[in-house]
Ligand binder design. Structure first.
Ligand code: MTE
Length: 322
C-alpha cells in the first residue's frame, strides 16, 4: 500500500530559525560554485574571507550576477537541504537518506540513453559530465507535501544531452529510471513502491532550458542523499518529478508509466505542475512552508516559473492534466 507522504516538516524541524552560521557557510560554498562554471566538478574548500558574504551580497557586488533562470531568494542552508530529504529507496523518514546514503556507490556509474534516438549510448558518469559546461542555477523546489527550499544546483541542461543523441521524429516523451539495487537500497527490499523509481516528461518539457541534470549542489559534488551522481531537476513541477540517481534515459513514443502516478493516480498526475488552484486530496496546495521559515507563504502557479513555462500547456485543462 502506498504510504502517505506525510506532512511532517513542521514537527521535524528542530530549529525553524535558520542559524546564521550555517547560512554564511552555505554562502561560502556558493561563492565557490562560480569557480566551477565551465570547469570540472571537484570538492571545494572554503576560500578565506568568503564566509563573510551572504548570497544576496554576492549579487549586489556584481561578483556573480543573477542568471536568467536564477531566483534571488535566500538559499536554503546546505545543512537543511542535505538532512531533510525524500529518497524512498532509503526509507520514508526525512532523515533516513542522510543517515544511510553515505554507502551508496556512485562510481563507477553508467547511464544508458536509448529508445527513439539515432545515437543511443551508454556512458560513464564522469565522461558524461565532461561533455557539457556545468552551469549553476538557483531554483525554488516545491514538494507536493507543502514544503519548499531554494537550492543552488550545478549541472547541465538536459536539452544538451538530448541533442547529442538525436531524438527521432517519433520521440514524444522522456522516461527516466533510477538505480535498482536492493543490496544498496534498503527501501527496495519492501514493496512500498513499484521499484525502480521511474519518472517522465513530455519531450518539449525535457528540452526546456530550465530542465537540468544536476551533478552538484551548493558548490560540491551532489551529496548521495540528494540524488548522486545524477538527478533530474524540473523546478516548475512538484519535487517528486525530479528523480534521483538516474541510470537510464529513454525516449519513447508513449507517455511512460511513472512511479507515483501508477501508485496513486488520483493523487499524483503525470504532469505534476505546481498549481495552487488544484488541491491534493490530502493537502491544500495553496500555501507552502519554506524550510527555515515559520510562516507559510502563498504557492505560485508553476512554482513562480509561469512566464517561462506556461506556454507549454496552452489549451490544456490543468485540472484534468494535473
Ligand atoms: N528520486 C528517487 N529516486 N527516489 C525518491 O524517493 N523522491 C522525490 C524526488 N526524487 C525521490 C526522488 C521527492 S518526493 C522529492 S520532494 C525530491 O526528490 C526531494 O529532493 P531532495 O531530497 O533533494 O530535496
Amino acid at each position: 500500500m502506498l504510504p502517505d507522504l506525510p506532512e511532517r516538516d513542521d514537527a521535524d524541524q528542530s530549529s525553524p530559525v535558520r542559524p546564521r552560521r550555517e547560512f554564511l557557510k552555505n554562502a561560502a560554498l556558493f561563492t565557490g560554485t562560480v569557480a566551477l562554471l565551465g570547469g570540472g566538478l571537484e570538492l571545494l574548500t572554503r576560500r578565506p574571507g568568503a564566509a563573510e558574504t551572504e548570497p544576496g551580497e554576492l549579487f549586489a557586488q556584481g561578483r556573480r550576477p543573477l542568471g536568467p533562470y536564477d531566483t534571488a531568494e535566500a538559499i536554503t542552508p546546505s545543512a537543511q537541504a542535505t538532512t531533510y530529504n525524500n529518497f524512498y529507496e532509503f526509507g520514508v523518514s526525512k532523515d533516513a537518506p542522510a543517515r544511510l546514503a553515505g554507502s551508496l556507490k556512485t562510481r563507477p556509474w553508467t547511464v544508458l540513453i536509448d529508445g527513439e534516438v539515432r545515437k543511443p549510448l551508454r556512458v560513464d558518469i564522469d565522461t558524461l559530465q565532461s561533455w557539457f559546461p556545468l552551469e549553476d542555477r538557483i531554483y525554488r523546489m516545491r514538494c507536493v507535501e507543502g514544503w519548499s527550499m531554494v537550492l543552488p544546483w550545478l549541472g547541465f541542461p538536459l536539452a544538451a544531452l538530448l541533442r547529442r543523441v538525436e531524438p527521432t521524429g517519433q520521440a514524444k516523451y522522456v522516461k527516466f529510471t533510477a538505480l535498482y539495487d536492493p543490496k544498496q537500497f534498503p527501501g527496495q527490499r519492501g514493496s512500498l513502491l513499484d521499484w525502480p523509481y521511474v519518472e517522465g516528461l513530455r519531450l518539449d518539457e525535457a528540452l526546456h532550458p530550465l530542465t537540468l541534470m544536476a551533478v552538484g549542489l551548493a558548490g560540491r559534488v551532489l551529496p548521495n542523499q540528494n540524488g548522486a551522481p545524477l538527478r533530474l531537476v524540473v523546478p516548475w513541477k512538484y519535487g517528486f518529478k525530479s528523480i534521483k540517481s538516474v541510470v537510464r534515459i529513454t525516449l519513447t513514443r508513449e507517455q511512460p508509466r511513472t512511479t507515483w502516478a501508477s501508485a496513486a493516480p488520483d493523487e499524483y498526475g503525470f504532469y505534476a505542475n505546481v498549481n495552487p488552484a488544484v488541491p491534493h486530496p490530502r493537502w491544500s496546495q495553496a500555501t507552502e512552508r519554506r524550510i527555515g521559515e515559520l510562516r507559510r507563504r502563498p504557492t505560485l502557479p508553476f512554482n513562480g516559473y509561469a512566464d517561462q513555462v506556461a506556454h507549454l500547456y496552452t489549451g490544456m485543462d490543468l485540472r484534468r492534466f494535473f
